[in-house]
Design a protein around this ligand. Structure first.
Ligand code: FAD
Ligand code: FES
Ligand code: FES
Length: 471
């Protein structure tokens, strides 16, 4: 049985744990306010809130319920639009109505749930953050101006929050229903009675992290599949620093990384990079392990961690093996990995004070879009000489690649404009892009050259880069 608190009541379900939460709430619980649009995580019509007690605190994140397995709801608080309703319109719904931010209304529950997620988050109550919270929601008829005005009004509701916990503030100020203030205690009581629904010893079981790739690719068969759920496995979670190493569990989500003090200290622009990657609800669900094992040639985190030369730890029973991420990919979606092996941990050296890091991505849309070409670079310079450089690129070969020849050319040299231009030429010899929906071969070649230049322009503003900007 999967047991959770759904809105204001505890529910247990004997449905297959692979059932999407969307189908559970609509067809089993008859909560039809949650809409079905794309079923691919793209439109946000199915957005729900997922609450759990994490490090002693009740925390809410949004999720696209079309891609979320019921198994990942076990022991959590799932909130649909019905669970946000109050006697009158709640202040978020009122803001949407006052700003004429709804017409057909199909997208509106998703927008309201995402804005409620913003109210329950620790993000600073600015209009900019409120608007960013709806980056995973698409509206086809109202137009975004009015929705942005409504979001700005929602941010104003939080102006006096100061140090109060977001959940308490939202419940006390009647922004959200009062029952929210009872949830932390109810979830803790529930956790004492949970049984091990998420364990599965079947070696052939489909592994599922956040489900954001599996549920798109295997939509028809996944519901009834034998699944091993990895998202909440304690051994696969957590980010910590040991000396100059960062160790993180394979089920670390993108949002976990954004909120990690270790990442914030060593990658000050990390939040900025991630705004280019998917959307808030997908980042809440997407795991780094899932990104690596999905093996997309344009996986953003694969490219990011290739430039950090990350090492992976795989486990099959008692057998543990380390493998550099750069050696994982052998051909298109072909991995140096036995089907039994579970990716357990990711390890990489944190940048020191001589090391600079940058990530770049170009895609057709800013949000919810995969890259045409992406690239990352980690470069260490001591006494004006490049001592180590790792450059990665996605979208330019059947696999995400480390550009080793280009890196070898740069190593041991002084940084000059001419050196960078020659590096872009060498990089062209290492790639084999193909023309597809994300751009022609020629365009992707040009993009990679430009992204390499962008790394240097951003990381070395002191370099007189006039030629790079024009060539
Ligand atoms: C709307 C949308 C937008 C997206 N945008 C982007 C984007 O901008 N950039 C990007 O890179 N990706 C994007 N993605 C793809 C996806 O979100 C990422 O690849 C994500 O990191 C996958 O993680 P997951 O936990 O959801 O993987 P899952 O779907 O759970 O799993 C993916 C694969 O990894 C395997 N797996 C997962 N964990 C382990 C483990 N610990 N050990 C062994 N195998 C494991 C699974 O069996 C499966 O084969 C997007 C997806 C959607 C739906
Ligand atoms: S139905 Fe479109 S994101 Fe879920
Ligand atoms: S109001 Fe119709 S899709 Fe947004």
């Amino acid at each position: 049985m999967i047991t959770s608190i759904l809105n204001n009541r505890e529910v247990s379900s004997a449905l297959p744990p692979g059932t999407p939460v969307l189908d559970f709430v609509r067809y089993n619980q008859y909560l039809t306010g949650t809409k079905i649009g794309c079923r691919e995580g793209d439109c946000g019509a199915c957005t729900v809130l997922v609450g759990e007690v994490s490090t002693g605190e009740l925390r809410y994140r949004t999720a696209t319920s079309c891609l979320m397995p019921l198994g990942n709801a076990h022991g959590k608080h799932i909130v649909t639009i019905e669970g946000l309703n109050m006697a009158e319109l709640n202040p978020i719904q009122q803001a949407m109505a006052d700003e004429s931010a709804t017409q057909c209304g199909f997208c509106t529950p998703g927008f309201v749930v995402s804005m409620a997620g913003f109210c329950l988050s620790k993000k600073a109550p600015t209009s900019q953050n409120a608007i960013a919270a709806v980056d995973g929601n698409i509206c086809r008829c109202t137009g975004y101006k009015s929705i942005k005005r409504a979001a700005a009004r929602v941010a104003q509701l939080l102006a006096d929050r100061r140090e109060e916990a977001p959940v308490n503030f939202a419940a006390n100020q009647a922004i959200l229903p009062a029952y929210f203030s009872t949830i932390a205690e109810r979830l803790q009581a529930l956790s004492l009675n949970l049984n091990g629904e998420r364990t599965n010893d079947n070696p052939a079981a489909q592994r599922v992290g956040g489900g954001t790739d599996v549920y798109v690719q295997k939509h028809d068969e996944i519901r009834d599949a034998s699944i091993r759920f990895l998202f909440d496995t304690p051994d696969l979670n957590g980010i910590r620093q040991v000396g100059d190493q960062c160790l993180m569990g394979a089920s670390t989500t993108v949002t976990d990384l954004i909120e990690s003090p270790v990442m914030q200290a060593h990658f000050p622009d990390f939040n900025q990079y991630t705004t280019l990657i998917s959307s808030t609800p997908i980042r809440n669900m997407a795991t780094i392990g899932g990104n690596f094992i999905n093996a997309s040639p344009i996986g953003d985190f694969t490219v990011f961690f290739l430039a950090l030369d990350a090492t992976l730890t795989f486990r099959a029973g008692r057998t543990v093996r380390d493998l550099p991420l750069r050696d994982l990919y052998q051909g298109y979606k072909t991995l140096d990995k036995h089907p039994d092996e579970l990716l357990e941990q990711i390890r990489f050296t944190l940048p020191d004070r001589n090391t600079r890091f940058n990530f770049e991505k170009v895609s057709k849309r800013t949000h919810l879009d995969i890259a045409s070409v992406n690239s990352a670079m980690s470069i260490t310079i001591e006494d004006d000489v490049i001592t180590t450089v790792r450059l990665s690129a996605g979208g330019v070969a059947p696999i995400p690649k480390q550009l080793t020849k280009t890196a070898a050319y740069l190593t041991g040299k002084r940084l000059t404009e001419a050196l960078i231009l020659e590096a872009t030429r060498i990089a062209q010899t290492e790639i084999t892009p193909i023309s597809d929906a994300r751009g022609s071969e020629t365009y992707k070649r040009l993009l990679l050259s430009q992204l390499i230049k962008a790394h240097f322009i951003k990381l070395f503003p002191e370099l007189k880069a006039a030629q790079l900007l024009t060539v």
